[in-house]
Write a protein that binds this ligand. Structure first.
Ligand code: CA
Length: 224
């Protein structure tokens, strides 16, 4: 009896310990989201955060300071995509905009988001990981303003690998969006992906306005 009781008691104790450990693990997983980055980069999931400008510039690094903007969809005829253009792509209420031309820096505003690929190194080096870039970009009516959507491939030291990445550009879209996309197998040693929205062209300098815009961006890695 006594032994049984003791045994039962011990099992209860072990059970409590396991529950306590479980709570600790769950707490670590839920409370410290940067810790989750220590896990593998997920396949099949859009890595871009705030991909549609609906949360302003949260998650985006911009340069020069305060130049790159988000802008509300509105009426057509002002060089920006209209509410109808937004509706056509499920673009919500706001889009990314390269801002006014910055004379002191001699450039339009640009925005970037970067990911360190975690836990995928061996699959990448075996040629088993594909990346797909998708998004919408456009410009005003000027053929001299270009909207760029680039995804760069870099190694762990942020140096170039066998391919620079996927680069796409549009110009003279006359306030409409063009759907841009590209997919490729990641070259050996790729450990960093960087998405870059930027604009250039003589029209940006002469007009003082970089009327290039983007919305609904997506970067997805897949095992192939
Ligand atoms: Ca949007």
């Amino acid at each position: 009896m006594r032994t049984d009781h003791l045994h039962h008691h011990r099992r209860q104790g072990a059970g409590r310990l396991l529950v306590a450990m479980g709570v600790v693990v769950i707490a670590l997983l839920t409370s410290a989201s940067p810790l989750l980055a220590a896990g593998s980069t997920p396949y099949g999931k859009n890595l871009v955060r705030n991909a549609g400008a609906q949360s302003g510039l949260t998650r985006w690094q911009t340069f020069p300071p305060a130049d790159f903007k988000t802008h509300a969809y509105g009426k057509p005829g002002y060089g920006f995509p209209s509410k109808a253009a937004a509706k056509a792509i499920g673009g919500g209420t706001r889009f990314f905009y390269a801002g006014l031309y910055d004379d002191s820096y001699g450039t339009c505003g640009d925005a970037q988001q970067q990911w360190k690929l975690k836990g995928l190194g061996s699959a990448i080096d075996h040629g088993d990981v594909k990346v797909k870039l998708k998004g919408y970009a456009g410009t005003n009516g000027s053929p001299l303003i270009t909207a760029h959507l680039d995804l760069y491939f870099r190694d762990a030291q942020n140096h170039t690998v066998a391919k620079n990445g996927i680069t796409r550009a549009v110009s003279g879209t006359n306030e409409r969006y063009q759907r841009l996309q590209g997919a490729t197998v990641l070259p050996e040693r790729t450990r960093i992906l960087r998405l870059h929205l930027w604009a250039d062209g003589d029209g940006t300098v002469s007009s003082g306005d970089c009327q290039a815009f983007w919305d609904n961006l997506s970067v997805v890695v897949k095992h192939v």
